[in-house]
Write a protein that binds this ligand. Structure first.
Ligand SMILES: Nc1ncnc2c1ncn2[C@@H]1O[C@H](COP(=O)(O)OP(=O)(O)OP(=O)(O)O)[C@@H](O)[C@H]1O
Length: 667
């Protein structure tokens, strides 16, 4: 250490005024250039390295250095050689304490002096120290000006670098957030969050602790090194517990010397935490959902600081939002799977006849393909059930199944119904609406009663099937579609083709595979199976014990001709389930319902209003007509003097279930 004599001092406030002709004037110009350079330069320290030799010349000194007390004195920049060899620590300490520039002579070398000037409040622990042979107190004012200028220059660049670092981190956070948003599952997302936090915060490891309020626990995920990769801990223990309780960030520089630190996680994972940063994890609504922690800042980096905390908090907001999204997606897909499973259970093609057994195995084979299927059969034979079965047994099961009753739509409506329309495309088009093809995207579109489609409708449908794009009515944009089309009809479509009522090209496109459903009267062995299947469904709906069917009643059911096919049987079982008085279905229960004479009788015994009496009469009358014409709805409509779509509407108004089954998409 250098010995120094009595020092002379000058502080910033007592700096004399000087004119542009004074010696200091050129130094002021140098400082001006220094500040300009620092402002221009984005980062780096070239401007200081260039300034020190110029300053040495200006002050006529041989050694020029910037040193910082941390609390030991450390050299930041240096130019020239300290010929005295020693270091005037007393002068430097005093310069900082007094906030004044000081000059003293080295006691071992009378020809060598030191001059120390503090850089001021912007760099409170740094000083400019110079050494040389010809230093005099006259240079103190120059040293103090140069030191101040250096302080401002360093702080300008420091601030700039801080801002640049912040911008870079924000950019990285944004980039990371976009990778979070594409995650669909929680577990891989948690691993991604941990990986990105580790990288962004230059750390060794990161963990997310999800707060399970109900069980007063936090769940560490991923808990690296822990068996099963998850770890549950009480929510009031350790640093994480403190963060959860206070909702505030905690930074720890020496974990094992911090009494809040709980080493049990280290014990379970075999990891050794040195320092850590733990921030509260909040969702978009600001609710605390856990804590987010990074551990062991990379070697060679400073400890975690406020900028790190800010970055981790910001990343935490993105992580929490993404986690909530994946949870919602998972919940939705779970309930979607449940709904699909329920739908699958409901859609069963019941029967043990050889025709139905063969049909089931054909459905199984066709379900995995995208082949267009045409289902033929009398009304009520199960065409829609078969089409649903094709859908739910195949890879499209989780996607929409949309049914359209082509007979229930007029030609003008059909187009907008199938292909959608733009707002204002026609008088009633108040809003833009997607068509059934769009709604069925990825899934199956069931075109029921295809035989009743108008020629114009057939032409448009053919175009869509060929080009696999739809254009909304009134729109110009073509929308690509990926939809499996299954069509059905109770008409003799081949005859309609021969009679030129149905386009041949469309017929061949739709009927790549044809399934012909036999009427119920041709498969009496299925009747009891179906009756019991429906009875189970309706008894549970009616909240009553399952009804047994007596042997006599079974015989009666099998003897019936079932003009309305399975639908008729189903409706009968519905009425039985609700009306049967005993625990067993006896032949009398069926005789009452199946008897042709009773079929036409409307119970007028109760005190009915005229409106209710006529409603019941209409129901009965329509039912009777349907029965009379063998369940053919077009025929029924004709007999009743109604348009087919008006018949469906009427039946809907009369709460007749047959209407829903027959005209799902009735306008
Ligand atoms: N094999 C079957 N197994 C189970 N239920 C069936 C079967 N066949 C028909 N059904 C039931 O009978 C009713 C009528 O069937 P569906 O609507 O599929 O007939 P459809 O041939 O499409 O009639 P329509 O030609 O009048 O539209 C439905 O409730 C359906 O669930």
């Amino acid at each position: 250490m250098s010995k120094i004599g009595t020092a002379e001092w000058l502080d910033w406030k007592r700096l004399p005024l000087f004119s542009k002709y004074d010696a200091e004037a050129s130094l002021v110009q140098m400082c001006d250039r220094l500040l300009e350079e620092a402002t221009r330069q984005g980062s780096g320290d070239d401007y200081v390295r260039q300034f020190l030799p110029q300053l040495a010349t200006e002050l006529s000194c041989q050694w020029c250095t910037l040193i910082e007390r941390t609390p030991e004195w450390e050299t930041l920049f240096e130019f020239g050689r300290n010929a005295a060899g020693g270091f005037p620590s007393t002068l430097c300490d005093e310069a900082l304490d007094r906030d004044a520039a000081g000059l003293c002579v080295d006691e071992n070398r009378a020809d060598w002096s030191f001059m120390a000037a503090p850089l001021g409040d912007v760099r409170p622990s740094t000083i400019l120290l110079v050494g040389g042979r010809d230093l005099t107190a006259a240079s103190l004012s120059e040293a103090i000006i140069a030191a101040r200028a250096l302080g401002y220059a360093l702080s300008i660049v420091e601030q700039r670098e801080k801002h640049l670092r912040r911008i870079k981190r924000l950019q990285t956070t944004l980039h990371i957030a976009s990778s979070f948003s594409s995650a669909r599952e929680t577990q891989p997302l948690l691993e991604l969050i941990a990986k990105e936090a580790t990288r962004l915060l230059e750390s060794e490891r990161s963990s997310i602790f999800i707060w399970d309020r109900e069980h007063k626990q936090v769940v560490a995920c991923p808990a690296l090194g822990v068996e099963g990769n998850t770890l549950r801990l009480p929510d009031d223990v350790g640093i994480v517990g403190d963060v959860i309780r206070s909702g505030k960030t905690i930074c720890v520089d020496d974990a094992y010397n911090d009494e809040r630190f709980d080493p049990s996680v280290d014990k379970s994972s075999g990891f050794r935490t040195h320092n850590l940063l733990c921030v509260p994890l909040r969702n978009n609504a600001g609710e605390l959902i856990g804590a987010f922690e990074v551990m062991n800042k990379e070697k060679g980096k400073a400890d975690y600081d406020d900028a790190d905390a800010q970055s981790l908090e910001e990343l935490g907001v993105q992580a929490a939002t993404a986690l909530e999204n994946t949870r919602e997606i998972e919940q939705l897909s779970r309930s979607r799977d449940q709904l699909t499973e329920q739908a699958k259970q409901k859609v069963q093609v019941i029967g043990k006849s050889s025709a139905i057994t063969a049909l089931r195995s054909t459905i199984e084979r066709l379900a995995s393909t995208d082949l267009p299927v045409l289902i033929l059969g009398e009304s009520g034979t199960g065409k829609e059930v078969v089409s649903q079965s094709l859908h739910y047994q195949g890879p499209r099961a989780n996607t929409p199944f949309i049914a359209v009753n082509c007979a229930a739509l007029t030609e003008t409506l059909l187009e907008s119904e199938l292909f959608g329309h733009e707002k204002g495309a026609f008088t009633d088009a108040h809003e833009t609406r997607a068509g059934k093809f769009e709604l069925a995207e990825g899934g199956t579109l069931f075109l029921d009663e295809i035989g009743d489609m108008s020629p114009g409708g057939q032409a448009k449908l053919l175009r869509v099937l060929e080009q696999k794009v739809v254009t909304r009515v009134g729109g110009s944009e073509t929308i690509p579609i990926n939809v499996r089309v299954v069509a059905a009809t109770n008409a003799k479509l081949a005859d309609a083709v021969r009679d030129k009522k149905f386009r041949e090209d469309l017929y061949y496109r739709l009927s790549v595979v044809t399934l012909d459903l036999p009427p119920l009267r041709d498969r009496p062995e299925d009747v009891i199976l179906l009756a019991e299947f429906f009875l189970t469904q309706f008894c549970s709906q009616a909240n009553r014990r399952l009804l047994k069917v007596s042997a006599e009643a079974k015989k009666r059911l099998q003897a019936h001709l079932w003009p309305g096919n399975v639908r008729e049987l189903r409706n009968l079982m519905e009425r039985v389930a609700f009306l049967c008085a005993g625990d067993r279905v006896e032949v009398e229960d069926l005789a009452f319902i199946l008897s042709p004479s009773r079929d036409s009788v409307v119970d007028m015994s109760a005190d009915l209003s005229l409106k209710e009496a006529s409603r019941r009469f209409q129901q009965e009358y329509i039912r009777r007509t349907i029965k009379r014409v063998g369940g053919n709805m077009s025929e029924t409509a004709k007999c009743l003097g109604l348009h087919r779509s008006n018949l469906y509407r009427k039946m809907g108004q009369l709460d007749m279930h047959e209407a829903n089954e027959g005209a799902d998409d009735e306008e």
